[in-house]
Design a protein around this ligand. Sequence first.
Ligand SMILES: [Zn+2]
Length: 156
Amino acid sequence: MTRKYVLDAPVFIYGAHLIGVTYTVPEVTRELKSSRAEIVLQEFLREGLKIEEPSKKAVRLVTEKAKSTGEHLRLSQADIDVLAKALEVNGTVVTDDYSVQNVAAQLGVETQQILQPPIKQVIKWGRRCVGCGRVYKTAEVCPVCGSEVRLKPMKK
Ligand SMILES: [Zn+2]
């Protein structure tokens, strides 16, 4: 069976050798700024890379899952579209983004690393006060002690 890969932006920035059918989404190609990334993109296109919008249904599923883990605060539209495309075509996401990997794990979507080692466990994100340690959903300043509230990985 031919493997399907959905490529996140770093693939075009760092390059990668993949054997199979490759996909990416328009939002990722819009994120590419360097001329080198543009050259790598052209090479992938010559080898059959498909640039396709994900289905609205898949985008909705990914967005819901990202919200349930708190990762939606850290995911760009490109990240969500890449995950949605992988879900839609049953492909492997090629990424080095921890938030993308985290949500992919929750969706049952396989991921492949580019540079960094894979995460060992699913992280849940939340906002925690640096002063008193209270956890909030949206606050940026703690209403109790007045300290800064930062986005932090939470234990499950
Ligand atoms: Zn506080």
